[in-house]
Design a binder for this molecule. Structure first.
Ligand code: ADP
Ligand code: ASP
Ligand code: MG
Length: 419
């Protein structure tokens, strides 16, 4: 017998037929004698719909009320799944975020899980009852409903798994694992049997939304065993082929052949800002980025172009698209202090990243990336790197082409011989 957390995403919960399929899968896992907690997302599209209502209600909506609205999607699916399980003869009940409770901290709309009370949950599970928990939601210190940021049900599942000491956290979604790149963009993407926490963390943070970044960080910190699986396979099939997130040592032990590059991701959620003719003197760059940091705006890529006369410079950087208007307002208000001439913005950009721990020991990964893109006439507007990642900013319209040609260039195509 094992204690298992099963998480089902939006597409898996979209409509009663799919919920019945999910219930059948849960029933199968319960019938093998396991204790089960299920974490569910809202039906696909539902959270977007609810966010749309908030925007319509007020451009500057109150984040605490936003949480009340958007947490509702998961309340519906958790009740429906518990009902469906009961109708199939499986004892089950829903536990809303505030009922457990799942304590969260920091800010509404992007709250962080601090702790989960598990006594009642574990007692119910030990009695054979399936616990159905709405993902994405929690409760602030003052008792108000909170949500964990988009895609946050993955993090709910990992947090529940860590809190109850689960043997496994199975993330069921609409693809059958983690691929070398988004399989919806590159048909020849290859499924990975295993991927390390570190690489998955980096891939998620640069746009591979198959897992929310925070869920991977939490799983790594708490040692939660995470598996990504398809919810569309036969619900009674054992040993589904998925992707296991493992430690570096486990991967070494498995003797799996390792590619130089593990995966490629793209992200269309950034916007580019150029400040022209910034005075080229000590402190100028700090006068731009310190106020942005104080406003909790995350700056990602940065480049500074020397001007010919060396007295002025253009500074280019990216911020999350959602923070663009706020960034521009803030910079405009500091125009005299910073001393720039003009702000130019561009939202039609995409960040393409290649990730792999192999980069640590092999030179030339970035050079291959630049040459491959240049051969296709794709212009690079900014570059950033980490120890295991190289990212470039390009025109949004060239996203698919760039991902495809890089996938081939690094030998990742499913029908290509290993590089
Ligand atoms: P869920 O609703 O189950 O949480 P998501 O839509 O959040 O599902 O995540 C699954 C999607 O992630 C897939 O449909 C796929 O398009 C996308 N995706 C992006 N990168 C990858 C990748 N490297 N491997 C697998 N899926 C990926
Ligand atoms: N329903 C939420 C969202 O769409 C949370 C999730 O599905 O993970 O962002
Ligand atoms: Mg998701």
């Amino acid at each position: 017998m094992a204690r298992i957390v099963m998480k089902f995403g939006g597409t898996s919960m979209a409509g009663m037929e799919r919920i019945r399929n999910v219930a059948a899968r849960v029933k199968h896992v319960v019938s093998q004698g396991n204790e089960v907690a299920v974490v569910v997302s809202a039906m696909a599209g539902e959270t977007d719909r609810l966010v749309g209502f908030c925007r319509e209600a007020s451009a500057l909506y109150d984040p605490a009320e936003y949480d009340v609205v958007v947490a509702a999607g998961e309340q519906i699916t958790s009740g429906l799944l518990a009902m469906t399980l009961k109708a199939m003869g499986v004892d089950a009940r829903s536990w809303l975020g505030w009922q457990l409770p799942i304590h969260t901290i920091e800010s509404h709309a992007k709250a962080r899980v601090e702790s989960i009370e598990t006594d009642a949950l574990l007692a119910a599970m030990a009695s054979g009852q399936v616990a159905v928990i709405p993902g994405f939601q929690g409760m602030m210190e003052d008792g108000r409903v909170s949500t964990l940021g988009r895609g946050g049900s993955d993090t709910s599942a990992v947090a529940v798994a860590a809190a109850i000491g689960a043997d496994r956290c199975d993330i069921y979604t609409d693809v059958d694992g983690v691929y070398t790149t988004d399989p919806r963009i590159v048909a020849r993407a290859r499924k990975l049997d295993m991927v390390t926490y570190e690489e998955m963390l980096e891939l998620a943070s640069v746009g591979a939304k198959v897992l929310q970044t925070r869920s991977v960080g939490l799983a790594m910190k708490e040692g939660v065993r995470v598996q990504v699986l398809s919810s569309f396979d036969d619900p009674t099939q054992d040993d589904l082929p998925g992707t296991l997130i493992v430690s570096e040592e486990e991967l070494e032990e498995s003797k799996m052949e390792r590619q130089l590059i593990t995966g490629i991701a793209h992200d269309k959620n950034e916007a580019k800002i150029i400040l022209t003719r910034v005075p080229d003197r000590p402190g100028a760059v700090a006068s731009i980025f310190s106020p942005l940091a104080e406003a909790s705006i995350n700056v990602d890529m940065i480049i500074q172009n020397d001007s010919k006369d060396k007295e002025e410079t253009d500074v280019t950087f990216t911020v999350p698209r959602a923070d663009l208007a706020r960034s521009v307002d803030l910079l405009e208000s500091l125009k005299d202090q910073i001393g720039f001439y003009r702000i130019i913005t561009d939202v039609e950009v995409a960040k393409i990243s290649v990730v792999g721990v192999g980069m640590r020991s092999h030179a030339g990964v970035a050079a291959t990336m630049f040459k491959t893109l240049a051969d296709r006439g794709i212009n690079i507007e900014a570059i950033s790197t980490s120890e295991i990642k190289v990212s470039v900013l390009i025109d949004e319209d060239e996203t698919e082409l760039a991902v495809r040609v890089l996938h081939t260039a690094y030998g990742l195509d499913a029908d290509a011989p290993a590089a």
